[in-house]
Design a protein around this ligand. Sequence first.
Ligand code: HPA
Length: 268
Amino acid sequence: MDRSAANAVARRIEALGIPLAVDWYVVGGSGIGVGLVEDEGLPLDIEASLPLADLGLPAPGVEGHGSHLVFGRMGGRRVCIQTGRIHPYEGHPIAVCVAPLVAVLGDRPAGVVLTCAVGALDPDLRAGQIALISDQMNLFGPTPLVGPHFLDCSALYDAGLRTRLQAQAAGMGLGALPEVVYAHARGPQYETPAETRALRALGGDVVGMSTTYEAIAARFLAAKVAGVAVVTNAAGEDDLSHEDVKEQGRRVRGRVVALLGHLLGTAP
Ligand code: HPA
């Protein structure tokens, strides 16, 4: 993995007197990230809120994404929340897209929660549902690994974290959350009907333009990874707009906050 961008970010954070070590690192997806740190967000005692731009990173250009790295404490655990994503489809090198995550994780053990908006490939999934990612397909997508890093991806998403999130969901009366395979699409265009059928036939349950490369980077750094996906639409549907995707993300984020609220206060 090319860590030069991440190392530069790490040096800037440390130069501000902010320690890097965290128990949890959370990435906020479309319509979700900003809500995690707002008034009705996670019960976080905020230590520092750093604009990504001040760390030498491109601020996410996608509407509905935040632009900060927020460090804080929750129930005795130290947490960092990246309120917005840097996507490869914005033209940024993959090493830059994962730089904040790689900078903060370093090689220290931690838990990572990747949240995202997704389109449904499985016709049984409905907009507004929360799903847990159990596996992914990044066959054609960008990977942060460079060189002979033959990473074992047989259990990229941690089964123990999924069990804990399922227990939390049951306690919230949400029932069993669907566990899904995330298929990566490069974007930024939405999928054609033919692409939607192809991704479904390949084994995808949901489709999105992010997350998979972060999961690979986090796993490479030996972090435990959970993926929490908000279904915002049926993939390939007519008249799909980013407005609708953001709006659905916003509607569900209270439930996402409640789901993560307990997990982030415990050990990864
Ligand atoms: N396709 C790809 N990414 C997405 C979608 C979609 O339908 N919805 C939200 N993110």
